[in-house]
Design a protein around this ligand. Structure first.
Ligand SMILES: Nc1ncnc2c1ncn2[C@@H]1O[C@H](COP(=O)(O)OP(=O)(O)O[C@H]2O[C@H](CO)[C@@H](O)[C@H](O)[C@H]2O)[C@@H](O)[C@H]1O
Length: 477
């Protein structure tokens, strides 16, 4: 019999996506099914989600703790969904976390407390064997379950330790948790209410999305204030690498590409490079090394380092296509770089799934110069779409890309280029090294073939999650 796991996430592809969490929450259920794990995903009832489920049957009426709320159940996009239909809380314009003005919703604490509460009620009321809570938005699920009459084991997965969900302590009184939950052994975090902290404290097992990040976050340098707790719980912390849904990310079938291609038939890829150059107003030069960067414009992702290394990129005859959205100052700097270097640098500011795919399928190399990266999906997409990535040697980037150093080139196993994180000068030389390799057609097509041969699927990791859930359900946490 299948084990029944309730996943709790604040976004899931294809219903709603602002970043990598959606890709993971959207893909894991399909990857776990062959492992005998049946995943039901609890999502907040955002407008897009409510539209998708329509008048799906109500399977649970929730106690009126945060306002009237009920759970609807439906199959959408291959996902078995439970939707938290809580009028006024999630059915608002804007993205899941911010209003149309770009500011965080002032009641985010209550909104995501309601999600955690609903998860616990669903786990207990609908008979799930385990809960898989993702990131701070689902952090209170475990806290509620800690005080529940029946034990339901919880796996908490950290997708990004930088987002901690901290709220004023006064919110605690609204949660309906017992007073015992307030404290270091509880949901309190440096005097505030910490959702991520609550998730880490209450979970039976903690995972993060790569083995290297799992080690990094136990150090003061990368632990973002939570390293002490993570060290104390070291026995329960592990890293399981993200994968990609190979059906969703497939250059042989992707309609967003100008031309479809595969490892066996890479030639049509050149048409995507030309299309990408055209989309970004870059010179139509098939020989110019074309770099692309796709991602949130935030300190984490290192776009500022790329702008610092831009003279080296241009000096090597390179071109740069930037697709991203985020901090206003960085957006402005990207636009300014494009304006200063017409035909050499192009910037598209916004979130555009189809254009992202063209970047992966058309660039020679994808830049992922993150200062830290729990796993990173951009480099996995780049490997799959034949754009050997240039990445910072950190977190999941260190775990998924083999640097084209002398030995790896001689052994024929390189899949990209690495440089030390946070160092613009080292990025500049790595860009020059990469441009040199791209100009060496034989060397680069070897790298590309290696990249496309990488197994970036969920297979290995799904087996690891499945073993974790089975162990917990059998009582050995
Ligand atoms: N402007 C844009 N237009 C279109 N698509 C865009 C885009 N900006 C980003 N994307 C897409 O969003 C996803 C980003 O995923 P990442 O894993 O690289 O980063 P993110 O920081 O969101 O995720 C966090 O969670 C994931 C999941 O665990 C971890 O891999 C990661 O390290 C962690 O920071 C990719 O699918 C990318 O193509």
């Amino acid at each position: 019999m299948s084990l029944r796991v309730l996943a709790v996430a604040s976004e899931a592809f294809p219903l709603l996506k602002t970043g990598g969490l959606a890709d993971v929450a959207g893909a894991l259920p399909g990857a776990l099914a062959p492992e005998g794990i049946a995943v039901t995903t609890l999502l907040p009832g955002y407008p897009a989600v409510l539209r998708a489920v329509g008048e799906a049957p109500v399977v649970l009426d929730l106690p009126d703790r945060f306002g009237p709320a009920r759970l609807r159940r439906a199959m959408v996009g291959g996902l078995d969904l439970l939707v938290l239909d809580a009028p006024g809380q999630f059915d608002r314009p804007g993205n899941p976390y911010n209003g149309p003005d770009g500011e965080a919703w002032p009641d985010n604490g209550l909104r995501f407390a309601a999600l955690g509460f609903a998860a616990a009620e669903a786990a207990l009321g609908l008979g799930f064997d385990a809960v898989h809570a993702h990131d701070w938005q689902a952090g209170l699920a475990g806290a509620y379950l800690r005080f529940a009459p029946r034990r339901v084991p919880v796996v908490f997965t950290i997708h990004n330790l930088a987002f901690q969900g901290q709220f004023p302590p006064e919110l605690f009184g609204r949660l309906g948790l017992p007073p015992a939950a307030w404290g270091i052994e509880g949901v309190e975090y440096y005097g505030s209410l910490g959702f991520l902290k609550a998730g880490l404290w209450s979970a039976d097992r903690i995972t993060t999305v790569s083995p290297t990040y799992a080690e990094e976050i136990r150090t003061p340098q990368s632990g973002m204030g939570l390293d002490g707790l993570l060290r104390a719980r070291a026995e329960s912390v592990g890293g399981i690498l993200n994968g990609l849904d190979e059906a969703v990310w497939d250059p042989a079938t992707d309609p967003a590409l100008a031309a479809r291609f595969s490892a066996a038939e890479p030639a049509p890829r050149a048409a995507n490079k030309a299309a990408l150059q055209a989309r970004f107003g870059l010179a139509p030069d098939p020989g110019a090394p074309l770099f692309a960067m796709v991602g949130r414009l935030a300190w984490q992702k290192g776009m500022d380092l790329v702008l610092e290394a831009l003279p080296a990129l241009l000096g090597a005859g390179g071109q740069l296509a930037i697709l991203g959205t985020g901090e206003a100052a960085l957006e402005a700097r990207c636009r300014a770089a494009a304006a200063a270097h017409p035909g050499r640098v192009g910037a598209a500011i916004g979130f555009d799934e189809a254009l992202a795919r063209l970047c992966y399928g058309g660039a020679d190399s994808v830049l992922v110069p993150s200062r830290f990266e729990p796993c990173g999906l951009a480099q996995l997409c780049a490997l799959r779409y034949g754009a050997p990535p240039l990445v910072a040697r950190t977190g999941g980037l260190a775990d998924t890309v083999i640097d084209a150093n002398t030995m790896a080139l001689a052994a024929g196993c390189a899949t990209g280029v690495q440089f030390p994180p946070g160092d613009a000068a080292m990025l500049a030389s790595a860009v020059q090294r990469t441009a040199g390799l791209i100009r060496d057609a034989a060397a680069w097509s070897r790298l590309r073939a290696n990249a496309m041969a990488c197994d970036v699927s969920w297979r290995r990791s799904a087996a690891q999650y499945a073993a974790l859930f089975r162990g917990l359900a059998a009582g050995h946490g």
